[in-house]
Design a protein around this ligand. Structure first.
Ligand SMILES: Cc1cc2nc3c(=O)[nH]c(=O)nc-3n(C[C@H](O)[C@H](O)[C@H](O)COP(=O)(O)OP(=O)(O)OC[C@H]3O[C@@H](n4cnc5c(N)ncnc54)[C@H](O)[C@@H]3O)c2cc1C
Length: 405
């Protein structure tokens, strides 16, 4: 059977987008005009957030029903089974349109769904994949705990087998988007007597199940994008296990590599600012001729360019059928390094205006970005962990001795 040509596919995509989205208007940045919101972590009121989730879900459903929701996915689970080049073609057509903010789906589609596809039994794939790609369900990642982040294998949430079910008790933390989620990918300890990487098992958990409690965490930026999630004797059917019992570490690695691909391969939901925001600020405050500021601005531009090129190279490997590898850490690290330089430069240009709100356009608004940068350096693996991965797995340097076993 012949497949649709890429040209016809693009025409079809344009027809769909013309009907469901506005054309993007080229925005030229001018100092003092438009919104001065530059937050990294999308701080919103609960009402704004709820309205955005509704719009995101409506668009996702229409996109899926028109055949653009999971272009390269297997047909039996709702995909269109086209080559990955068609995914790229669709993404390139969408750049001409202003789509509703889709960040509520970043974790579910970027990390959880690929892990379900790789490790779940067919019934579970059948049950969740179509609904995730259609946006009917939202998923979160339940990995980090109060005592286990970088050292993920140190998690303590227990899962104990009870016939055809598992009983899960413990606490997760920093769970992005748990407040909107229907399911979560949860890593648990099933064999406490085994070495720590070997006694872990992964599951898909129903976030509406009895015994699950989601509590928002307030950040220093003012918003509450993350949560603590408590599990009190939550029952999970054995069918919802991802991979074998005590083999959860390998499953976690699938998710983590996809996570770094999602963050390093784009901006991972974190805003990517045009260089004009910085150059216009420097002009406005009369420091555009300062050699140190000029050097920093040039460095921000160069870093951004190199970071994008590095990500594109890694993404090309995935699109050619490879798996996200340790090089994803380079993309993530270069993105966060540039965010740090941006924050530092903004601080140097704005001085006290960054910390005292005078109401002046484009000044105190940057405090939200500056306070969000440490979160970017920690999310999806900290800068130090990325450096360890690059040193050991990309450059082949000797391994760091483990802190604990
Ligand atoms: C914006 C954001 C979103 C997040 N979303 C989620 C989510 O949805 N789901 C989820 O499960 N988690 C999430 N997290 C949690 C995140 O994965 C952890 O914060 C991260 O893995 C670090 O763990 P930790 O906070 O326990 O810090 P720790 O691991 O305690 O690290 C503390 C410090 O020690 C350093 N360090 C630790 N080990 C080493 C080492 N071996 N070598 C050198 N330095 C080291 C770290 O770099 C860091 O500076 C999110 C975090 C953020 C900031």
């Amino acid at each position: 059977m012949s497949i649709i040509t890429e040209d016809d596919f693009r025409t079809e995509a344009r027809a769909f987008l013309d009907e469901h989205a506005e054309r993007r208007v080229e925005e030229k940045f001018s100092w003092g005009e438009g919104s001065d919101n530059v937050g990294l972590l999308e701080e919103k009121t609960p009402e704004e957030e709820a309205a955005e989730v509704v719009a995101a879900k409506q668009f996702k459903a229409a996109e899926f029903d028109a055949g653009f929701g999971w272009i390269s996915g297997p047909e039996e689970y709702g995909g269109r089974a086209l080559p990955t080049a068609y995914e790229r073609a669709y993404r390139s057509v969408t750049t001409d349109y202003a789509l509703p903010n889709q960040s509520v789906f970043v974790i579910g589609l970027g990390m959880v769904a690929p892990t379900i596809l790789a490790h779940a039994i067919p019934e579970v794939k059948e049950r969740y994949l179509r609904s995730l790609y259609r946006g009917d369900l939202v998923a979160c990642q339940l990995f980090s705990e109060p005592v286990a982040g970088s050292d993920l294998a140190g998690i303590q949430t227990r899962a104990v087998r009870d016939g055809e079910e598992w009983i899960v008790t413990g606490q997760k933390v920093w769970t992005s988007g748990a407040q909107h989620s229907d399911i979560g990918e949860i890593i648990t300890r099933t064999s406490p007597d085994k070495p720590k990487h070997k006694g872990l098992t992964m599951f898909v958990v129903d976030m509406h199940a009895s015994g699950v409690e989601v509590r928002p965490l307030r950040q220093m930026t003012g918003g509450a994008s993350f949560n603590e999630v408590f599990f009190e004797e939550v029952r999970i059917p054995d069918s919802h296990r991802l991979g074998d019992v005590d083999e959860g570490w390998g499953v976690a690695l699938t998710t983590l590599m996809n996570e770094r691909a999602a963050i390093g391969g784009g901006s991972g939901g974190m805003s990517d600012f045009s260089i004009a925001r910085f150059t216009e600020m420097a002009r406005h405050f009369g420091v555009a001729d300062d050699p140190v500021i000029r050097q920093r601005l040039a460095q921000i531009y160069i870093n951004g360019y190199v970071s994008r090129a590095t990500s594109m190279r890694s993404m090309a490997k995935i699109k050619a059928g490879g798996l996200p590898g340790p090089e994803m850490s380079i993309g993530k690290l270069s993105l966060t390094k540039n965010m740090q330089l941006q924050a530092q430069t903004v601080g140097e240009i704005l001085g006290p205006r960054l910390v005292a709100d005078t109401g002046e356009w484009g000044t105190y608004a940057w405090a939200e970005m500056v306070l969000g940068v440490p979160g970017g350096r920690v999310a999806g693996g900290t800068d130090e962990i990325m450096r360890n991965i690059i040193g050991e797995r990309v450059l082949g340097l000797p391994k760091e001795p483990p802190a604990s076993r």
